[in-house]
Write a protein that binds this ligand. Structure first.
Ligand code: FES
Ligand code: FES
Length: 166
């Protein structure tokens, strides 16, 4: 029996010791937004936040998550509002098939929690374990940068005409 809090809801679950965390999420809890792309820890499609850290859930046994707080893509939106990273991926056309998108967004949320104003190089470094096979990374980097700006509340107030003249 393990206890996990997934997307702010606590679950007590009887599981087989060999169950992978990604299987617990997808098959037991039916949270199918977390994808399986490779099963060998290379593609990042299965990335979730565990106690705030991005982890590839295909590389971890569910029992290792006992007591943990897990956030999956389904938990990013809150009170009916999309997370800024979700809005940015949509606005910047940072997805095509979308298979890689949940993992990329979770990785980005992890990055932005530690580095609120990342450079493009830092964004590219952070997402290097997440493979996208159809979009290319340009718009993904734009989306993460734009979500960072929104999350910092960094939109500069418009200058008044008097300030512009000076
Ligand atoms: S399915 Fe986990 S890294 Fe690819
Ligand atoms: S959008 Fe298709 S794999 Fe990334």
């Amino acid at each position: 029996m393990i206890t996990v809090t997934v997307n702010r809801t606590e679950h007590e679950i009887e599981i087989e010791p060999s169950l992978l965390l990604v299987e617990l999420l997808r098959e037991t809890l039916r949270l199918t937004g977390t994808h399986v792309g490779c099963d060998t820890s290379q593609c990042g499609a299965c990335t979730v936040l565990i106690d705030g850290n991005a982890v590839k859930s295909c590389t971890m046994l569910a029992v290792q998550a006992d007591g943990a707080e897990i956030l999956t893509v389904e938990g990013l939106a809150k009170d009916g509002e999309l997370h800024p990273i979700q809005r940015a991926f949509s606005a910047e056309h940072a997805l095509q098939c979308g298979f890689c998108t949940p993992g990329l967004m979770i990785t980005a949320v992890d990055l932005l929690s530690r580095t609120p104003a990342p450079t493009d190089a830092q964004i590219r470094h952070a997402i290097k374990g997440n493979l996208c096979r159809c979009t290319g990374y340009h718009n993904i980097v734009n989306a993460v940068r734009s979500a960072a700006t929104e999350m910092r509340g960094a939109a500069m107030p418009m200058k008044t005409p008097a300030e512009v003249k000076r």
